[in-house]
Design a protein around this ligand. Structure first.
Ligand code: BEZ
Ligand code: FE
Length: 301
């Protein structure tokens, strides 16, 4: 038989919320309390499990620093990030689809010229990526900013490696007068999300692999347009169907075509064999709230 407290506690906690609290905050807290209590009731949480949860959340916080964001990883692995993405970008209407920001974005990527190399000095398969940034009406957006980041050929981001000497495998570049961009890099590979923290243990206990399919990260912005946070995924990657963070959308899968021609490689400043991909980013006009949200998300990272 449930005690009286067991049945009345949820309403009692909600009743303590001040009527003067910000209305949106009130709405979120009411719902959070109801769902949290509902979850505890549904699974009949034991005291040992409650303490495990406290230890898990503590360890998650302790794993975070200026280079590691275990809470974003938790949100990603549990599908929360992609659910928030889906709710906030319900119809793309021909514009570029969004996907997770992930925990490895950092501000301050070096600026490179259009056509520059974002992977100078890194081993990997030479790759050329080009395309345009357009408005939904098809107008080329000159001076649009592309902020890119990727892992090395072993699947690690610079922030995961010791002594990389500053920002690596990251770049910012602007489109030319015709809205075109081009860059040289190395072919991204599939890689595991970090498993040396609490989320690694959770993945293991859930019987899930930690892999993300190969991708390049992009944040594309232009004044007056919504900032797009997205990836380009490499067609044919074995993890496209089972991305650990549920981030793959068909429209973001791109053919990175292998090319053996030394002459063509030379024209692009590369060595053969190389891979070539092209993609046009299509931005929608900005609602103010959305631009603020994209900046808040990147600041959190
Ligand atoms: C990433 O693609 O960098 C990433 C996204 C989500 C979790 C971990 C890594
Ligand atoms: Fe990534």
């Amino acid at each position: 038989m449930p005690s009286e407290l067991e049945t009345t506690l949820t309403d009692a906690v909600i009743a303590r919320l001040s009527p003067d609290a910000d209305p949106r905050f009130r709405q979120i807290m009411q719902s959070l309390i109801r769902h949290l209590h509902g979850f505890v009731r549904e699974v009949e949480l034991t005291e040992e499990e409650w303490f495990e949860a406290i230890k898990f959340l503590t360890a998650t916080g302790q794993k975070c620093d200026d280079k590691r964001q275990e809470f974003i990883l938790m949100s990603d692995v549990l599908g929360v990030s992609m659910l928030v993405d889906a709710i906030n970008h319900r119809s793309s209407e021909g514009t570029t689809e969004t996907t997770v920001l992930g925990p490895f974005f950092v501000h301050g990527a070096p600026e490179i010229e259009n056509g520059g190399d974002m992977a100078a000095g890194w081993d990997g398969e030479p790759t050329y990526v080009s395309g345009r940034v357009l408005s939904a009406a098809g107008k080329p957006l000159a001076g649009a900013l592309l902020d890119l980041w990727q892992s090395n050929s072993e699947g690690s981001y610079d922030v995961q490696l010791a002594d990389t000497g500053g920002r690596q495998l990251r770049a910012k570049l602007r489109t030319d007068a015709e809205g075109r961009f081009r860059l040289r890099t190395i072919l991204p590979t599939s890689y595991p999300v970090p498993t040396d923290g609490p989320m690694g243990l959770v993945l293991e206990r859930m019987g899930r692999h930690p892999m993300r399919p190969a991708h390049l990260h992009f944040m594309v912005s232009a004044p007056g347009y919504e900032t797009v946070v997205t990836h380009l995924f490499v067609k044919g990657d074995p993890y496209l169907e089972s991305d650990v963070v549920f981030g793959v959308k068909d429209s973001l899968i791109v053919d990175f075509k292998r090319n053996e021609s030394q002459a063509e490689a030379q024209k692009l400043g590369l060595k053969a064999p190389f891979y070539r991909a092209s993609y046009d980013f299509v931005l929608r006009p900005a609602g103010k709230a959305k631009q603020k949200a994209a900046h808040a998300a990147s600041d959190a990272a």
